[in-house]
Design a protein around this ligand. Structure first.
Ligand SMILES: Nc1ncnc2c1ncn2[C@@H]1O[C@H](COP(=O)(O)OP(=O)(O)O)[C@@H](O)[C@H]1O
Ligand SMILES: [Mg+2]
Length: 234
């Protein structure tokens, strides 16, 4: 599904090229649940932006869903991105004045889905994340964990091939974070391909595989626990 071969990314700082990612090789297959873990500044968000077609690598080959992403125009990349990837961010990124239902239905507008079907699908997606009773609520009427569930419903409503999450529990308390990890586990069981970025070991352990990033390089890969520990220490 995602194949990165010898990916590098440099940023220009003045006249200096600063390497941020060096020789990244990563293979994520359909149905995989992978955590990319590393300390702050290790290049996680840069890597996520490349996987999510929000940024281009300096060199290397990126194959997404069997297609080489090299040399494509911005329009094509945006189109592929919309069809292939659902994003979840640390800060939810919901529209504050819109209801949960409108927030979730929004990507379907860009996909050209008619209004009635948009609302039906958004409602179903919200039911799926346990918010069927909250469809008319605006973000500020929801808890952080509930807002993140709206964001996950929005990410999944277009039935993307990959769910890409950058620090999805980073803004949440432990209990809400565990609920989000339980939701990811459920989506994974139903066949979703998930790539989750985190700097927290307990979060990474919920995935089937953990990829350790350090200073822009993959340090090692090892299996995760693959399920969510339910006990919450207070
Ligand atoms: N647009 C940019 N221009 C220059 N340097 C950047 C840019 N984006 C990120 N960096 C640098 O790349 C490194 C990795 O950043 P990032 O991918 O955000 O790490 P992480 O998400 O792991 O905290 C950092 O040293 C950061 O300062
Ligand atoms: Mg980051």
């Amino acid at each position: 599904m995602v194949k990165l071969e010898n990916i590098t990314k440099n940023y220009l700082q003045g006249k200096m090229e600063v390497p941020v990612l060096t020789d990244i090789n990563l293979h994520v297959k359909e149905g995989d649940y992978v955590a990319i873990m590393g300390p702050s500044g290790s290049g996680k968000t840069t890597l996520m932006n490349i996987i999510g077609l929000l940024d281009l690598p300096t060199s290397g080959t990126y194959t997404l869903a069997g297609e080489n992403m090299e040399g494509r125009r911005e329009n094509d990349l945006a189109e592929i991105r919309n069809h292939t990837i659902g994003f979840v961010f640390q800060q939810f990124n919901l529209l504050p004045k819109e209801s949960a239902l409108s927030n979730v239905a929004l990507p379907l507008i860009y996909a050209g889905v008619p209004k009635k079907e948009r609302e039906e699908r958004a409602r179903k997606a919200l039911e799926k994340v346990g918010l069927g009773e909250r469809v008319t609520f605006r973000p500020n009427q929801l808890s952080g964990g509930q807002q993140q569930r709206v964001a996950i419903a929005r990410a999944m409503v277009g039935e993307p091939k990959i769910l890409l999450a950058d620090e999805p529990t980073g803004a949440l308390d432990t209990k809400a974070g565990i609920q989000i990890m339980q939701l990811f586990q459920e989506l994974h069981k139903e066949g979703a391909t998930i790539i989750m970025i985190t700097h927290e070991m307990e979060v990474a352990e919920c995935a089937d595989k953990i990829v350790m990033l350090r200073d822009g390089k993959i340090l090692e890969e090892h299996p995760g626990r693959g399920y969510v520990l339910e006990e919450v220490e207070q």
